[in-house]
Design a protein around this ligand. Structure first.
Ligand SMILES: Nc1ncnc2c1ncn2[C@@H]1O[C@H](COP(=O)(O)OP(=O)(O)OP(=O)(O)O)[C@@H](O)[C@H]1O
Length: 345
């Protein structure tokens, strides 16, 4: 899938395309300015930077920013994720091996286990953990001093974090979706690094279909590059980008196969809603989290889907985008000739 999955070559290229400094990081002007102040001030004081929480949709640059924080502080970085830390002992092992000033990047921090989370409170605030040795009445807590470190937590939604954890971050940055002009700069920068020749309209076409997300912009650029190389002379123009993205089923608004299946299920199976998230996810054969965190933020932002207390509801723009007619008084919707059904092909 062009929109969400990644192959091995893609992962390696993605790493190579990461900006290495705040100056190279495109867009997010507010976050960049605030973070620059936090880091410069800490550097001037010769101190370890405060803990940073980054929230925002997948692919907006949270991992990249955590690496930049380490690079700007001249510190090493350790990368792990919430789901990888199931026991407090896992976290104690990581924390006790940190060097002074090291950046610990904890992706999906909202998915950490409860005991680990509680250990993290003390580690963040007092740079200390209590390691419990033994079991039952004979168990003893041995306090362990930690070197000062910077925790960079990443989450798709800061609202998922318990307040005691959220409050222990000295700085919280909310990453926004990128404007088309910013994504165009991302595409030009990546094209230069990948040695792909693209003109301005070609880059703009890719940017406008990238759902406000640099990771998707980079991925679409690579797929358009493949098409340009195999079917043309390697040069990316608007027409080449359009042809390539039609092959990969990314439409003019940037909706990919997953987005369209979600909308089609909502419209065709549930008459436009309201329908619960779990039911919708089952209908498209995806995990609830994938629908909620990958497809929905974009569909909501595009004004195609609304989250209501009673469930997910399609907007009139969704019916229009898929060329379907909203049902009147319970009549089934009609599919114009040539429109492909949900489960066809
Ligand atoms: N501001 C930016 N400027 C240029 N490229 C960027 C920017 N932000 C992200 N990218 C590119 O997008 C890709 C994805 O970024 P990254 O892995 O940091 O996202 P993420 O928010 O951590 O995603 P996830 O939460 O899914 O792990 C990287 O390869 C990077 O090259």
């Amino acid at each position: 899938m062009v929109g969400a999955g990644a192959d091995v070559e893609d992962s390696a290229v993605e790493a190579a395309l990461r900006p290495k400094s705040l100056a190279e990081f495109v867009g997010q002007p507010t976050v960049r300015e605030q973070l620059d102040l936090v880091l410069t001030a800490a550097r001037q004081r010769g101190a370890t930077a405060d803990h940073v929480l980054l929230s925002g949709a997948p692919g907006l640059g949270k991992t990249t920013l955590s690496m930049i924080i380490a690079a700007e502080m001249g510190a090493p970085i350790r990368i792990t994720s919430g789901p990888a830390i199931q026991h407090a002992g896992d976290l104690a092992a990581i924390l006790s091996s940190l060097q002074e000033g090291e950046v610990l990047f904890l992706d999906e921090i909202h998915r950490m286990s409860r005991p680990a989370e509680e250990m993290l409170y003390m580690a963040m605030e007092d740079f200390r953990v209590d390691v419990v040795v033994g079991k039952g009445p004979g168990a003893t807590a041995i306090p362990l001093e930690l070197p000062p470190f910077t925790l960079v937590g990443a989450t798709t939604r800061a609202g998922l974090l318990p307040p005691p954890l959220r409050d222990r971050f000295g700085f919280t940055a909310h990453m926004e979706f990128y404007e088309p002009a910013e994504l165009e700069r991302v595409v030009h920068r990546s094209a230069r690094l990948l040695e792909v020749e693209a003109d301005a309209p070609g880059a703009a076409e890719i940017a406008s279909r990238s759902r406000g997300t640099p990771r998707i912009a980079n991925r679409l650029l690579r797929r358009v590059r493949d098409y340009a190389q195999v079917k043309a002379d390697g040069f990316v123009t608007r027409e080449i980008a359009r042809q390539a993205l039609a092959v990969y089923e990314v439409d003019e608004r940037g909706l990919d196969r997953l987005d369209r299946s979600v909308l089609q299920a909502l419209l065709k199976l549930f008459g436009g809603g309201p329908v619960g998230l779990s039911t919708l996810a089952v209908a498209v054969g995806e995990e609830r989290e994938t629908v909620e965190e990958v497809a929905e933020p974009f569909l909501v932002r595009e004004g195609l889907l609304a989250r209501t207390p009673r469930g997910r509801v399609a907007t009139p723009a969704a019916w229009e985008h898929l060329g379907l007619t909203p049902p009147r008084s319970g009549a089934p919707s009609t599919t114009p000739p040539g429109q492909r059904g949900l489960f066809e092909g």
